[in-house]
Design a protein around this ligand. Structure first.
Ligand SMILES: Cc1cc2nc3c(=O)[nH]c(=O)nc-3n(C[C@H](O)[C@H](O)[C@H](O)COP(=O)(O)OP(=O)(O)OC[C@H]3O[C@@H](n4cnc5c(N)ncnc54)[C@H](O)[C@@H]3O)c2cc1C
Length: 287
């Protein structure tokens, strides 16, 4: 990757803490954040990184890399790299998040790529987002004046993490909940044509022969995210295995949701989504 320089040389600051980074926004309100830098050339559609006049590189801000283990939630610092996330031992990081992180790029890329960089990509929701949405995560956003929390539901509705100049995504808070069954499948990667890419994920909690809770989503980059919370609520409490009628109705609801995507799904994506939906409903029967 080369760095193209035109006009006056761009300024790159490397603040050593969040406070320093926020303070740098005062004289540089339009400064751009740079975390791992692995999404920059796709965002700018060039093979070289076009640095803006002022860049804040977050790689030295150690306090943005912290992990806090709470009783009811886990807080992950925004600049944790994907490999750091993957190296957290024990049951703390939900397996669905690790599965989504493990299939992003190569290991070398995952050394650089960060959690916040993945969800803050311009124009596209990164692959970690649907998993965070199922987990009911929240994003802490800070600026010099204070902080606010953004729910993944708000982000899903807006289709992006909408940040004002001077704001930094500092932490991702994940509620600690027990999800004995996790489903994750991703087809294609960044080099695959968009109409052949998709990811499916699900969390299920069967208990005493019943489906206590189920969360499901399908992510079609460029077309949108399908999550039908009313269907999840209807399926919760059903006896397992799910009756044939209930499964067919669930398939129909997903089919309808596919028809409502802002950018229509390709025949391939539609076929795979419906196949994966059938697969999950069958796997639920196993327990
Ligand atoms: C070969 C290759 C394969 C890839 N494969 C995948 C893939 O499979 N799935 C996928 O989702 N992505 C993929 N990507 C895109 C990208 O690498 C990842 O999404 C990565 O997680 C981005 O993180 P980063 O730290 O490098 O972000 P950066 O490139 O540093 O930043 C991305 C955006 O987020 C903003 N940003 C960064 N940190 C913050 C913060 N703390 N607060 C607010 N805004 C912030 C930046 O200003 C920028 O607009 C791939 C990229 C390459 C080159």
């Amino acid at each position: 990757m080369s760095v193209a320089v035109e006009g006056p040389p761009p300024l790159v600051y490397s603040p050593r803490s969040l406070a320093e980074a926020l303070a740098l926004f005062v004289p540089n309100p339009q400064a751009q954040l740079f975390a791992g830098g692995t999404a920059w050339h796709t965002e700018h559609l060039t093979t070289s990184i076009m640095l803006p006049p002022v860049t804040l590189s977050l790689h030295l801000a150690e306090d943005l890399r912290r992990i806090t283990y709470g009783e009811r939630s886990l807080d992950l610092g925004g600049t944790l790299s994907l490999n750091q996330l993957l190296s957290v031992g024990g049951p703390w990081v939900p397996s669905i998040l690790k599965e989504a992180a493990r299939v992003i790029g190569t290991s070398a890329l995952r050394n650089l790529a960060t959690l916040a960089g993945n969800v803050c990509q311009k124009g596209i929701l990164g692959d970690l987002f649907p998993a965070l949405h199922l987990l009911g995560a929240q994003f802490e956003i800070r600026n010099l004046r204070g902080s606010r929390w953004l729910t993944t539901q708000q982000v899903a509705e807006e289709g992006r993490v909408a940040l004002a100049p001077g704001e930094i995504l500092t932490r991702v808070r994940i509620p600690q909940e027990d999800w004995p069954q996790t489903f994750y499948q991703k087809i294609g990667n960044i080099r695959t044509p968009w109409d052949e890419r998709l990811a499916m994920m699900g969390l299920a909690r069967p208990k005493n022969g019943q489906l206590e809770a189920l969360r499901l989503s399908f992510h079609l980059p460029h077309s949108g995210l399908i999550r039908i919370q009313s269907l999840e609520a209807e399926l919760a409490g059903q006896r397992l295995p799910l009756p044939h009628r209930v499964r067919s109705q669930a398939q129909e609801r997903v089919d309808e949701a596919l028809n409502q995507l802002p950018v229509p799904a390709s025949i391939f994506q539609r076929d795979r989504v419906l196949h994966m939906m059938r697969w999950i409903l069958t796997r639920l029967d196993d327990d």
